[in-house]
Design a protein. Structure first.
Length: 251
């Protein structure tokens, strides 16, 4: 029996990077997967890999009406919502002095507000299903700070504490809420951090050196914990934040 048979999962930011890898892994474990995001083309590419168990919905997850549409279309197609993976995110590097007000607002609008809105929107369907799992993509920078990440780290810290608070509120309803905290994963989101450095090769060496396992992360490194948190194997796990970081936080 597939680990996620009969489960329906919504993945935001599912077209690229971590979201794409998680969506594919969740489908391989037996889930019906709804791929949500703003750009339809990469969502369709991921859906072609997944096959008939995928549903593509292009939507701006910062807009409540768009979130409600994703929820409605998911229930219309699959009849239930068991898991939500809040993966959509943005990264604006800079210190508190360098970050602009629009960048700060965009960071919190996508990384925190959209996550809260989507989580709230699926609660009713999860209650109807007898419970569910909300998985929030946080970051090691939501646990430890970092230079030039004032807005991003603050937003991911908010995700960590929202995760814990929702776990307390909804545990009695059998709705579990957990967070994944990756370190440096090589994706479209993080590529500019290295590519725009004055010396990209040196920047890469510095990043690798910060991880005892000796390499940077891949999106697939995150997918396994997402499958675990979506499955019934984690039925007694809630309010937890899982570093997937190559040892970054151990340094």
């Amino acid at each position: 029996m597939a680990r996620l048979a009969q489960k329906t999962v919504i993945v935001t930011g599912a077209g690229t990077g971590i979201g794409r890898a998680c969506a594919i892994a969740l489908a391989e474990a037996g889930a019906n997967v709804v791929l949500a995001g703003r750009r339809r083309a990469p969502l369709e590419e991921a859906a072609q890999i997944i096959g008939h168990s995928a549903l593509v919905i292009d939507a701006d997850v910062t807009q409540p009406e768009e979130i409600d549409r994703v929820v409605r279309e998911t229930i219309s197609r699959f009849g239930r919502i068991n898991v939500l993976l809040n993966n959509a995110g943005v990264l604006h590097p800079g210190t508190a002095e360098q970050i602009t007000e629009p960048q700060w607002d965009n960071t919190f609008n996508v990384n925190v507000r959209a996550l809260w809105l989507f989580s709230r929107a699926v609660l009713s369907a999860m209650r109807t299903a007898g419970g569910g799992s909300i998985i929030n993509m946080a970051s090691t920078l939501g646990i430890n700070g970092a230079r030039n990440r004032a807005a991003y780290a603050a937003s991911k810290g908010a995700v960590v504490l929202l995760t814990k608070s929702m776990a307390l509120d909804h545990g009695p309803e059998n709705i579990r809420v957990n967070a994944i905290c990756p370190s440096f994963i090589e994706t479209e989101l993080t590529a500019p951090v290295i590519n725009r450095a004055l010396d990209p090769a040196a920047a890469r060496r510095e990043r690798v050196a910060a991880h005892p396992i000796g390499r940077l992360g891949k999106p697939e490194d995150v997918a396994g914990i997402a499958v675990y948190l979506a499955s019934d194997e984690s039925s007694w796990v809630t309010g937890a934040c899982f570093p997937v970081d190559g040892g970054y936080l151990a340094v």
